[in-house]
Ligand binder design. Structure first.
Ligand code: FES
Length: 209
């Protein structure tokens, strides 16, 4: 697999590696695509909302370590509002690109940063907790109930779900890896649609096979 020099540099010598001694927010997220995990700790200035310090630990691959390293660099010194806007595409661009099969690794790093910021906002009463309202965990829990008929195991255990997201407007996007000529392709898509559409708050489901 061809990695850019920048990916290799950040992988070999990650920046902001390790848990912070003092932090006021943290998050750990796992990737449905590969089962890997990332944790991020933040130290946010409560007067200015600027991220003054940030640390991470990754139990993921080289792409994930490199993306976590670069997004922690990008987020440091930014306000939480600015850091929230960093996208996985920007992170991948900043690394001079990632192989397409490794894009989910940068999604995982960026999702973890956003979750840590969200946890900070909830703890500091800047936003309401979204417990009970539509969120990514609910989508993943639903996908874990759908069996891939060929094998008789669920889509999450089989790591067939490469990406899942939901936005504030109830738009759900799910990327599933399933062979082009698989006879169950359409069945699986229908099942996903049926399961997800019945969740409260879902307005539209986009499935990329
Ligand atoms: Fe799991 Fe990259 S984070 S393969």
């Amino acid at each position: 697999m061809q990695y850019s020099q920048k990916v290799l540099d950040h992988f070999m010598k990650p920046h902001n590696l390790g848990k912070l001694d003092t932090s006021n927010a943290e998050a750990t997220e796992g990737s449905p695509a590969c089962g890997d995990q990332v944790s991020i700790w933040l130290n946010v200035n409560e007067d200015t909302q600027v991220i003054e310090d940030i640390g991470f630990l990754s139990y993921g691959c080289a792409s994930n370590i490199a993306t976590a390293s670069i997004i922690t660099d990008m987020a440091k010194g930014k306000t939480i509002a600015e850091a929230k806007a960093i996208s996985w595409k920007e992170a991948a661009e900043e690394l001079d690109g990632l192989p397409p099969v490794k894009m989910h690794c940068s999604v995982l790093a960026v999702d973890t940063l956003r979750k840590a910021i969200k946890n900070y906002e909830i703890a500091h009463h800047l936003i309401e907790s979204d417990k009970g309202s539509l969120n990514k965990e609910m989508i993943l829990a639903e996908l874990a109930k759908i069996l891939y008929p060929k094998v008789g195991e669920d889509l999450i255990s089989l790591k067939m779900v490469k990406y899942a997201s939901v936005n504030e407007d109830g738009l759900v996007t799910i990327d599933v890896e399933i062979p082009k000529f698989d006879q169950y392709r359409e069945n699986v898509a229908d099942e996903i649609r049926e399961h997800i559409e019945k969740l409260p708050g879902v307005k539209k489901v986009t499935i990329n096979l």
